[in-house]
Design a protein around this ligand. Sequence first.
Ligand SMILES: NC(=O)C1=CN([C@@H]2O[C@H](COP(=O)(O)OP(=O)(O)OC[C@H]3O[C@@H](n4cnc5c(N)ncnc54)[C@H](OP(=O)(O)O)[C@@H]3O)[C@@H](O)[C@H]2O)C=CC1
Ligand SMILES: CC(=O)N[C@@H](CCC(=O)OP(=O)(O)O)C(=O)O
Length: 342
Amino acid sequence: MKVGIIGATGYGGLELIRLLHNHSKVESITLFTSSDEGALFSAKYPHLKGLYDFPLEAITKEAIAKLDVVFTSTPSGVSGQLLPDVANAHTTFIDLSGDLRLKDIADYETWYHKKPAPQAFVDKAMYGLAEWQDTTGAKVIANPGCYPTAVLLSLLPLLKENLIDGSQLIIDAKSGISGSGNKPSQGTHFTENTEATSIYKVNKHQHIPEIEQAIAMYAGESYPITFSTHLVPMIRGIIATSYAPLKDGVTETDLYAAYDKYYAQKPFVRVLQDATRVSTNQVRGTNFCDIHVNVDARTNRVTIVSVIDNLVKGAAGQAIQNMNLLFGYDETEGLTQVPIFI
Ligand SMILES: NC(=O)C1=CN([C@@H]2O[C@H](COP(=O)(O)OP(=O)(O)OC[C@H]3O[C@@H](n4cnc5c(N)ncnc54)[C@H](OP(=O)(O)O)[C@@H]3O)[C@@H](O)[C@H]2O)C=CC1
Ligand SMILES: CC(=O)N[C@@H](CCC(=O)OP(=O)(O)O)C(=O)O
């Protein structure tokens, strides 16, 4: 398999390289750039010296047509404009950005404030929440956002089995700073984050419509959600904690049975009954999503928590999992890393 990465110099791109490097089906990786054609990749990133001592390539239709799979790991507003121009009958595209996830391009414009991809191209893209979507036959996959991955994997079994009242959902999520990419900004500055935790994009986060759309798609329910995001002083990891009222007569055992029903055969979802071990360092560097639930009998509400590594299960890892599923490889190929616990 010949693969290419557009946005190879970014955090998602670097993570794709780290994981694809040990993928037994990958024969070559072409690294594309929009800004530094000809630069030696290992000179830009010396941790790759001796491993990727070759130059970055310009993004051309011809170069892309020679590849079996191209991952686009580019800022929002890029792949939605680029891919319709370079698409061909042979290459499969897996887009890590949000450009192709929202089915209605008017929603994309509202939440991303960017020019949307043509509706006809968005129509071709299949949302790739790997544990929930059969992507057979897809030529374009919209890889889910990092927060939606953590949130949806923990909520969907409970919503689908009608065990919780989703219309009252409140979701509180926190992310490491690598989630905002490699371009430094005031909001991600070391001095302003190292001893601080902050809320951002309050009630305006672009993942709100993505989560609502996926709940409608997979659980058949439509309502607005309350979803808040926070930056915490760590590099990788997302923890998402959700609260919802339990439906009448539902017990904690029923909740765990629902996870068992949907995830017993899924290699990357781990359901933990012991909350003392639900932490981002349990999954760091891996494609795992760990989930825990607890019923509060006093309030009749359930607390649902999940953790992922934003760069792996929330981006590059799930993208490779999608490639594996699409091409009929073992789902875990290239994704069997042990967590970097400390
Ligand atoms: N970081 C994360 O945890 C996650 C990120 N995502 C999404 O994945 C995408 C990539 O994220 P991330 O890697 O963090 O972002 P970065 O900002 O770290 O990297 C993006 C890369 O895209 C390339 N790029 C920029 N403009 C263009 C352009 N016009 N055409 C082609 N390439 C371009 C740049 O490389 P060059 O200048 O060499 O072309 C850059 O290195 C984003 O849409 C992000 O929202 C999704 C889930 C999680
Ligand atoms: C910590 C942090 O800033 N995270 C980013 C996640 C980016 C992302 O995954 O967004 P799209 O793929 O939908 O563009 C954010 O909250 O916007």
